[in-house]
Design a protein around this ligand. Structure first.
Ligand code: FEO
Ligand code: CA
Ligand code: CA
Length: 666
């Protein structure tokens, strides 16, 4: 058991704190000592920032120094600005009960928790919920959003939405949150929660200038943890460590867990990352458990939910291998509602934030991924075979065959991509690996042995299709000690996060090396030593970068998770960010969430006229907002966004942002 208590605080706080308990025992080659010796603090001070801004910056590297001096140059040449690539007026940073979008834009609700998804779904009745109803309705805590156009139409398509997790205290009347021993858990509640996890597919269309959900669509689908049968494929499928009493084949599983971010493949399928899967398992992990070392490295069982009281498969003592069947990237075909989602084991088992595919210039598919926990790693997968646009059938199982790599960020600004291949280097029987299946089931332990660089919580890792540069959102790491900083993670502690830019050589995502640079150290430039450009206004800086998206012009848009009244005086939201020229590192505030919510899944329509955003866990917390100052619950929420109806609880919702004149966003 980890030492956090999801029952006594807001649930998303508990998630954050869970990530706060690093389960990486090695905290591998931190090179902070080396850097500290080579680059004295004094040199950093000389480098760029004002003295007050440097507080908290404990070390620097040539790369960090470059970022810092660039920021200084930007401030010196403030008058000689290059053109701002973003043409909108910023929203004011702050916290209140509702959302805000830049002037000249509309932000409309597209679909909310409980709204009908399947034809004939019952109307949402929050006081009388059931698992069967929830299986037909939009699930809780919308996260990743992927849009797949129908017939190439940018104004008509299928929207995939992940439902990452549930907040009992905000979902159920009179509940208030689980107590420590789950005495107030029932099977009915557990089953509703399982039905509210997973994903939704809805058909959407723009009509008379407004996006609508197409009712009774033949594509409409709910995928849930409770009932959706999925396949396991790739090297770990069928392995004895994947077999359970319900599945002697080791190749089928019911449901997926904690699906956070994801991506859309060139062949139009969805990739969805199972993140904090460990939290759903209960029982006791003792040293004689057959998966002891494995589960320990993932923090399983986390015991965040009571499901194991009612369903044996979530009890690691009753069903010792079930947890090996979670923590994967799931591929879903949105065009075929009867298709079984497939867990692609070749992409590794970790706390997958997301999966961002790009076609390499040689036609192979490269998928970038982050493992979201303090001191965990950045990965990429490279398919063995090339994508063939003319042969859809040949692409179907492209993600079953390839090589998974983990990143080592060197202090000289280079990256090494280290292959996780059974039999190579330390990945042998000497270290307990007997096959590639073992390497993949214990991806983290394999990556530890290779000497990957422990990062400050990698969330989205997204390639910019226009420039081929890759952006790594490192959300924060309160546990990094000042003497454990390194060039790529230069602050200890790092409560505000930072963003790394990776440049592959000659635009080759298949290369074994790359270069890296810091785009921005986040937080307040004045208080936290953040390195936003001097052109950034008081509204334009942010902390806790999480998800991100590129529009078709290749401009970067960042969504955050962790800003609040107490820490940064602002809600989470969307910020645009300059990546090139003199304005590199300039943030600009575009959209702001209601209190308690994080912003997930930003995704542009193909013509950039719509930006879809997922407002997740509105009203969560409450204690951090001085105007409310107490724990938020179903009966006493910090906001009733988006309905503001006394009979309705706050509802996670997907919104569509569009320009009033119908033009391109930003
Ligand atoms: Fe589900 Fe890493 O956020
Ligand atoms: Ca996230
Ligand atoms: Ca997050």
């Amino acid at each position: 058991m980890t030492d956090y208590k999801p029952h006594s605080e807001s649930f998303s706080k508990a998630f954050e704190r869970a990530d706060d308990n690093p389960s990486n025992p090695t905290q591998n080659p931190t090179i902070g000592d080396v850097i500290n010796t080579r680059f004295k603090r004094r040199q950093v001070l000389k480098g760029a920032l004002g003295v007050s801004a440097i507080t908290g910056l404990m070390a620097a590297s040539p790369v960090a120094m470059r970022a810092l001096s660039r920021s200084a140059e930007a401030s010196e040449s403030k008058t000689a600005t290059t053109a701002d690539r973003f043409n909108f007026s910023e929203v004011t940073a702050g916290v209140d009960e509702t959302h805000h979008v830049a002037d000249g834009y509309d932000a409309d609700i597209l679909i909310r928790w409980g709204d009908p998804v399947l034809p004939g779904a019952p109307a949402f009745d929050p006081a009388n919920q059931s698992a069967d109803a929830q299986e037909q309705q939009f699930g809780y805590n919308n996260d990743f959003i992927g849009f797949v156009p129908l017939d190439g139409n940018p104004e008509h398509g299928l929207l995939w939405v992940n439902h990452e997790y549930t907040n009992a205290e905000l979902m159920f009347p009179g509940h208030g949150g689980y107590d420590k021993e789950f005495n107030n858990a029932t099977q009915d509640l557990a089953d509703i929660e399982m039905a509210a996890h997973g994903g939704s597919i809805i058909e959407i269309k723009k009509e008379n200038g407004k996006w609508q959900v197409v009712k009774d669509s033949k594509y409409a689908r709910r995928i849930t943890t409770r009932s959706t049968e999925m396949l396991l494929s790739g090297p770990a499928a069928g392995h004895k460590r994947m077999k359970t009493s319900a599945d002697a084949s080791g190749s089928t599983v019911i449901g997926m867990l904690n699906n956070c971010a994801g991506g859309v493949t060139p062949w139009g399928t969805i990739l969805s990352g199972e993140e904090n899967f460990h939290g759903y398992f209960g029982g006791e992990l003792s040293e004689d458990h057959p998966e002891y070392a494995n589960y320990k490295r993932y923090g399983a069982p986390g015991g965040w939910y009571a499901w194991s009281k009612f369903h044996d498969r979530f009890d690691i003592n009753k069903e010792p291998r079930e947890a090996n069947r979670f923590g994967w990237i799931v591929e879903i075909d949105p065009m075929d509602p009867a298709s079984k989602p497939i867990k692609r084991t070749a992409l590794g088992r970790l706390k997958h934030e997301g999966a961002s595919p790009i076609l390499n210039k040689d036609g192979r598919v490269v998928v970038y991924m982050g493992d979201d926990q303090r001191f965990d790693y950045v990965y990429k997968f490279i398919s063995s075979n090339a994508y063939d646009a003319a042969d859809p059938a040949a692409n179907r199982n492209l993600l079953d065959d390839g090589v998974l790599y983990v990143a080592r960020f060197n202090d000289d600004g280079s990256v090494n991509w280290l292959p996780l291949v059974y039999g190579q280097g330390p990945l042998t029987a000497d270290n307990g690996f007997s096959s590639q299946a073992d390497v993949l089931i214990e991806t983290r332990r394999a990556a530890d042995l290779l000497g990957a660089t422990p990062m400050d919580r990698p969330e989205d890792v997204e390639p910019n299709p226009q420039t081929n540069k890759i952006y790594v959102m490192l959300t924060n790491n309160s546990k990094r000690k000042a003497d454990k900083v390194d060039a790529a993670n230069p602050r200890g502690p790092n409560p505000n996060g930072h963003i790394i830019e990776i440049t592959p050589p000659e635009n080759d995502h298949g290369a074994a090396t790359a270069n890296w640079d810091i785009l921005a150290l986040c937080g307040s430039p004045e208080k936290d030593g953040a390195t936003f450009s001097e052109a950034t206004t008081e509204n334009g800086w942010f902390a806790d970068p999480d998800n991100c998206a590129f529009d078709s012009k290749g401009r970067l848009w960042i969504a955050t998770d962790g800003n609040n009244d107490k820490d940064t005086g602002r809600s989470d939201g969307v910020w645009a960010m300059e990546t090139d020229g003199e304005l590199r590192g300039t943030g600009k505030h575009f959209f702001r969430c209601p209190v308690g919510a994080e912003l997930c899944g930003p995704w542009f329509s193909p013509d950039d006229t719509a930006l879809f955003v997922a407002v997740q866990h509105p009203a969560d917390g409450g204690e951090d907002w001085s105007a409310f100052g107490r724990k938020s619950t179903y009966d006493d929420p910090a906001t009733r966004w988006p309905d503001f109806d006394p009979a309705m609880p706050p509802r996670p919702s997907v919104m569509v942002i569009s320009k009033k004149d119908g033009g391109s966003i930003g």
